[in-house]
Design a protein. Structure first.
Length: 79
């Protein structure tokens, strides 16, 4: 009985995985307008992957140097 339930759960899980959207991680370079820090960051969709030196507020990426302006993002070209 347990094996049948486990197989049913596995089939349901596979179906759900196929229905889920695939999010790709993008690489970008952030340039701080205040201190000119230049660093590679990663984005999933339009969300910043957490780092120690950069944060995201209101959809913009900021450097931790105290800059009031958001960083400029240069996304890599896709081949």
């Amino acid at each position: 009985m347990t094996l049948v339930l486990d197989k049913e759960k596995a089939v349901i899980s596979r179906r759900r995985m196929k229905e889920m959207p695939v999010l790709q991680m993008e690489e970008a370079v952030a340039l701080c307008p205040k201190c000119k820090a230049f660093q590679t960051i990663f984005l999933v969709g339009d969300r910043l992957v957490e780092t120690r030196k950069f944060s995201q507020r209101d959809g913009q990426v900021y450097h931790d140097c105290g800059a009031e302006e958001p960083c400029r993002l240069y996304r890599t070209l896709k081949h």
